[in-house]
Structure formats: structure tokens, C-alpha cells
Design a protein around this ligand. Structure first.
Ligand code: MN
Length: 251
């Protein structure tokens, strides 16, 4: 879901309060938010194309940032600009690639990642949740409508902290393992080893963690089960010694 837009009020609230209100509440609040009609990712691609065509680079950069949040990968942004260059002008592509470089950074980590982990996209580094993970993970939104589905990729040794998916009714999470080897553990229970094809049903309110084996990449789809007042509570990291002993038992 689109996060609440405040860029208008943040930047123009004093100079142009009406414009700021229209920007935040109407353009983003009422038009961009119609995800059933057109996804955020598609809206981003269309907006990036429009701004590219007009050569509005500061706005274009802001929308490359937003597009990244909406699941547009670096590779897709590069591909889009390559095609648009033929329709809108070669020099515009020259001006836009450095913006993509700035937005996505020098190193996407793709170089040391095995190819063909699964048919699903790996996405970008999972920076927004990095504080709740040990090691590097990647996040690709597969569906942002109806039931939200994300592909989560863990590098070897990467796992998330203990956490709880809370909800007053419904809620919880499902994991569908698609690649590599990993672990799932509920508080007070033995860890369960995970392989492609395994499905994990995590009820709301159960403290747990999931992640890769120490010597293997791991990839699961995370399905956020709809619930009322759903939120995730992040707790302590998995004990290092306990995690290492899991992995030695595996070998
Ligand atoms: Mn979870």
C-alpha cells in the first residue's frame, strides 16, 4: 500500500498550502491510491516515462526513488530508459542514467548472488527492515493488492530477529519456500529445516524467526494474511550460539 504522501506539505506547505494539500491529499491520496485500477508499480513506470519525456530531471529523480519503493528494480529502470531513449531523445537517457546510479547505488549485490534462485524476482536490498535482520536480505514485492505477497531472499547465514505478527482477528503469515535451505523456529520449539516446496503457517501472536541455513542461500514467499489491527512486533536477535549449533547439526 502507498504510504501517506507528505512531500507537498513538507516542501511547499508554507509557500503554496493549497497546492501542497492537492498534491498530498488528492493526487497521492485519491489518484495514486487507486491500486485496484492500476498498481503503484505501473503508475510509477508511467510517471517516470512522462517526466523523462518532459526532461524534468529533479522530479524524475524523486519518482525513480518512489518507483524503487514500488518494486521497480534497477535493471527495469535501465531497460525503461533504454527504450524511452528511442521515443524521447538520446541525450535524455544520458542525463537519466546517472540518476538511476544515484538512486540504486553503485553495488546492487547482484554480482555474488547465484543466478536462477527461482522464477521470482529478487528485488532490492531489504534496507527498510535491515535493522531487524542479521546479514543481507532482499525484498521483492510480488503483489501489493488483494493479498500482499513478497519474495524474501536471504544470503547464507542471514535470518530475521524473533518477531510476532499480531492481529486482533485473522492475521499471521504464511511462508512458501521456493529456493535453497533455511530454518523456521517458534519460541520454545525445535527449529524446522525448510526446503523448496515447504509451506509454513504462522498463526498471529506466535513468536518466531525465519532465515537461511549458514551455508545456503534461501528464498521464501511471505504472504501477509489479512487481519484486523495487524502489526509486527520485532524482538531480540536469534542467539548466535543457538543458530550456529543448528547449522552444525545440519552438517
Ligand atoms: Mn514472520
Amino acid at each position: 500500500m502507498a504510504k501517506k504522501q507528505t512531500a507537498g506539505r513538507d516542501n511547499l506547505g508554507r509557500l503554496a498550502p493549497k497546492f501542497a494539500q492537492l498534491n498530498d491529499d488528492v493526487l497521492f491520496g485519491e489518484v495514486w491510491s487507486r491500486e485496484e485500477e492500476l498498481s503503484l508499480r505501473d503508475r510509477s513506470l508511467a510517471t517516470i516515462a512522462a517526466l523523462f519525456s518532459a526532461g524534468l530531471y529533479p522530479q524524475l529523480k524523486s519518482h525513480l526513488v518512489l518507483g524503487k519503493e514500488h518494486g521497480v528494480t534497477r535493471q527495469e529502470a535501465v531497460e525503461l530508459v533504454t527504450q524511452l531513449a528511442f521515443y524521447c531523445g538520446w541525450p535524455k537517457a544520458w542525463s537519466t542514467f546517472p540518476l538511476i546510479q544515484e538512486v540504486y547505488g553503485e553495488d546492487s549485490g547482484e554480482t555474488n548472488r547465484p543466478t536462477g534462485l527461482s522464477a521470482f524476482p529478487v528485488g532490492e536490498k531489504n534496507d527498510s527492515f535491515a535493522q531487524y535482520f542479521i546479514g543481507q536480505s532482499y525484498l521483492a514485492p510480488l503483489s501489493t493488492q488483494q493479498v500482499p505477497v513478497f519474495n524474501v531472499t536471504f544470503e547464507p547465514g542471514c535470518r530475521n530477529n524473533w518477531h510476532i505478527h499480531h492481529a486482533s482477528s485473522g492475521g499471521g503469515q504464511m511462508l512458501i519456500c521456493v529456493s535453497g535451505r533455511g530454518w523456521y523456529q517458534e519460541w520454545g520449539q525445535e527449529a524446522r529445516q525448510l526446503h523448496p516446496g515447504d509451506v509454513v503457517n504462522i498463526p498471529a501472536g506466535v513468536k518466531h524467526w525465519h532465515g537461511a541455513a549458514q551455508d545456503s542461500w534461501f528464498q521464501h514467499l511471505a504472504i501477509e494474511v489479512p487481519g484486523t489491527e495487524a502489526r509486527t512486533e520485532w524482538c531480540e536477535p536469534v542467539d548466535e550460539e543457538q543458530y550456529s549449533s543448528l547449522c552444525s547439526r545440519l552438517l
